[in-house]
Write a protein that binds this ligand. Structure first.
Ligand code: PGA
Length: 249
């Protein structure tokens, strides 16, 4: 009942010329039974949405403010993302949790704003290497899930992305067993809090060094409904085979 999702996080990469990658992805995205989402930097959202128009590719933001409007220089609201053509937004990415000191409460406020504006939040969580080595992974994940997901998503879809901080951009990935353990735990925690049907409907993405070479192995893991991909989403050459691997899984 869950439709698989391949999401690309371009981070602070991309100028106008990068829109050609979206045009190149239109064919691969049309030929699979999965959702495809690209989250370019905010400056490209409107142009990316135009480039993706009529295709199976959705466009998302990488962050939003918790307020609708106001005196917050440099910030972008969820309604502004929606107005620019986004339908989703990544929230609580570990780079923002680290660089901008975003805590679970802040992420929850942003997720609420996203839902209110009609955006699908992709809420990120994951342990650091120290957490994992201290055998604290599930405690950390439980705390982030409890704190970052709004009390009442009111039947609106949310997506959770499990991204171990030590796997992001490092070329390292957890073993299939390690991923299965966290994803199964996330599904159980969601069921405990929101009920089985919400937990069964919520897509759980894995993120952190997903590449064309390891995608099939990761997508074969139980409870992995897709991926949040950084570096390998920047070119259609790398992202298209990941999308194909997800479709085949
Ligand atoms: P990566 O990034 O695929 O480059 O490791 C993933 C992410 O940060 O979302």
């Amino acid at each position: 009942m869950r439709r698989k999702l391949a999401a690309g996080n371009w981070k602070m990469h991309g100028l106008g010329e990068s829109l050609a990658q979206i045009a190149e992805l239109a064919g691969p995205a049309a030929s699979v039974d999965c959702d495809v989402l690209i989250c370019p930097p905010a400056t490209l959202i409107e142009r990316a949405a135009r480039a993706a128009m009529g295709s199976a590719i959705a466009i998302g933001g990488q962050d939003c403010h918790a307020r609708e409007t106001g005196a917050h220089t440099g910030e972008i609201s969820a309604a502004m993302l929606r107005d620019a053509g986004a339908t989703a937004v990544i929230l609580g990415h570990s780079e923002r949790r680290a660089d901008r000191a975003e805590d679970n409460r802040a992420v929850r406020g942003k997720a609420r704003a996203a839902l209110a504006a009609g955006l699908m939040p992709v809420i990120c969580l994951g342990e650091t290497l120290e957490d994992r080595e201290a055998d604290n992974t599930l405690d950390i994940i439980a705390g982030q899930l409890a704190g970052s997901v709004p009390e009442d998503p009111a039947g609106k879809p949310i997506v959770i992305a499990y991204e171990p901080v030590w796997a992001i951009g490092s070329g390292l990935t957890p073993s299939p067993d390690q991923i299965a353990r966290v994803h199964g735990f996330l599904r159980d925690r969601l069921a405990h809090r929101f009920g089985r049907s919400m937990a069964e409907a919520t897509r759980l993405l894995y993120g952190g060094s997903v590449k064309p070479e390891n995608a099939a192995t990761i997508f074969a893991v139980a409870d992995v409904d897709g991926a949040l991909v950084g570096g390998a989403s920047l070119t259609a050459r790398d992202f298209a085979p990941i999308i194909a691997a997800l479709d085949a899984a």
